[in-house]
Design a protein around this ligand. Structure first.
Ligand code: NAD
Ligand code: MG
Length: 392
């Protein structure tokens, strides 16, 4: 019998967090949950704690901590409860946590993702914003500690599966280009003239994937693909211009690797995040994930088309930030986070999102990244500039 691996799930109440617990529950002989964390959804966190009996739960916002504590005791659990953002790093570095699922959304996940990397754990990276912001710093931490970095983003997980074994951030030999597929989001066919009227409800109703609100809006603007382009450059050591975006509305081909000999390898599957999650949890073994087999005959045909860069300006802005490097991706990411939040709260129109990001990128000078302080300074300055612009 093999020893069970401990898994800390950061952001366990979110879409990726819940899918992770679904996969883990299928393999009680292989995995045990060591920590669960949430921002404020204490009732779901309590249910998850009762099902998975972790050592630690973290509720970042302390308001409902007394109810959660009472619920844990009533269920006869000795689970420790911590509150506050710093406790996320404790969850990420528990001695018993072999794997850390980094599934917090946005910059809020940066510190805990970095902590897991510094501690030499297997980091399952869903929180793409952390990598986009900190870039080489996260990769350096992984290399220095001997951590593993396995991509959960379906495109990057697909590429990882199509590459020979590689070290994070180092290009695999013989690769000419990476092809990132994009569903195109809910507004693939909507004329740009109708973008000002787009509501948060229609933007989060993604045609293929069920995801958290922020990434759903990012998918609608194609900023998600822009962030993923930067993520792919960093993870796979690719230079700007060697990662292409192709719209594939069926979301069956999750991405492709083109080699110099003319071979192109792709990974296919139903759009269900339990596949990349199971892949990364089990790697190099394959685990049952609960995902249905792909029915090729029912699919019939698959389509591929070029993205419309005149319509989806966020993609163009991200491509530019990825070329510039340094703190530009952190500035792009921060302005986007502030703009998306304002859109969801109806303080900014949908077409205002790229306008805000463009303005912030032109207002704040890009610097080289020599340490975390550079990243945090760029992030803070971009947030202030974006907020001021939106407040008008
Ligand atoms: P979600 O909104 O469903 O869940 C976010 C989780 O993060 C929740 O558990 C929430 O409590 C926690 N959280 C939010 N703000 C926090 C804060 N300030 N401090 C601590 N915890 C906080 O998001 P999601 O869709 O699960 O996405 C999570 C990450 O995975 C994102 O970075 C996203 O880009 C990435 N991702 C998601 C999918 C998907 O299918 N959902 C696919 C690829 C990548
Ligand atoms: Mg993705």
């Amino acid at each position: 019998m093999i020893a069970r691996k401990g898994v800390s799930v950061l952001g366990s109440t979110g879409s990726i967090g819940r899918s992770t617990l679904d996969v883990i529950a299928r393999h009680p002989d292989r995995f045990k949950v060591t920590a669960l964390t949430a921002r404020s959804q204490w009732k779901l966190l309590l249910e998850q704690a009762i099902d998975h009996r972790p050592e630690l739960v973290v509720l970042v916002e302390p308001a409902n901590a007394p109810e959660l504590q009472q619920g844990l005791r009533a269920a006869g659990l000795s689970t420790e409860l911590m509150t506050g953002a710093e406790a996320l790093e404790t969850a990420a570095t528990l001695a018993s946590a072999d794997c850390v699922m980094a599934a917090i959304v946005g910059a809020a996940g940066l510190a805990s993702t970095l902590a897991a990397a510094h501690a030499g754990r297997r980091v399952l990276l869903a929180n793409k914003e952390a990598l986009v912001m900190s870039g080489p710093l996260l990769l350096d931490a992984v290399r220095a500690s001997g951590a593993e970095l396995l991509p959960i983003d379906s495109e990057h997980n697909a590429i990882f599966q199509c590459l020979p074994p590689i070290r994070p951030g180092v290009a695999a030999p013989g690769v000419r280009r990476l092809w990132l597929t994009a569903s195109g989001g809910p507004f693939l066919r909507l004329p740009a003239s109708e973008f000002p009227q787009v509501t948060p409800e229609s933007a989060v109703a993604h045609p293929r994937w069920r995801m958290g609100q922020k990434i759903s809006v990012d998918s609608a603007t194609l900023m998600n693909k822009g962030l993923e382009l930067i993520e792919a450059q960093l993870l796979f050591g690719m230079s700007p211009g060697t990662v292409e975006v192709v719209v594939h509305p069926e979301s069956i081909v999750h991405s492709l690797v083109e080699y110099t000999d003319g071979s192109t390898l792709a990974q296919l599957g139903n759009p269900d995040m339990r596949t990349p999650i199971a892949h990364a949890l089990g790697w190099p073994d394959r685990l049952e994930s609960g995902v249905q087999s792909l029915d090729m005959l029912a699919l019939g045909s698959l389509r591929f088309e070029a993205p419309d860069r005149d319509k989806f300006r966020c993609l163009v802005l991200a491509e530019a930030a990825g070329r510039v490097g340094g703190t530009a991706p952190a500035i792009l990411n921060a302005a986007n986070e502030v703009a998306v939040e304002a859109f969801l709260e109806r303080r900014l129109n949908f077409d205002g999102i790229p306008m805000v990001i463009d303005h912030v990128l032109s207002q704040i000078a890009t610097e080289a990244v020599t340490g975390l302080a550079d990243v945090l300074a760029a992030d803070g300055a971009a947030r202030r500039a974006a907020a001021a612009l939106i407040a008008g």
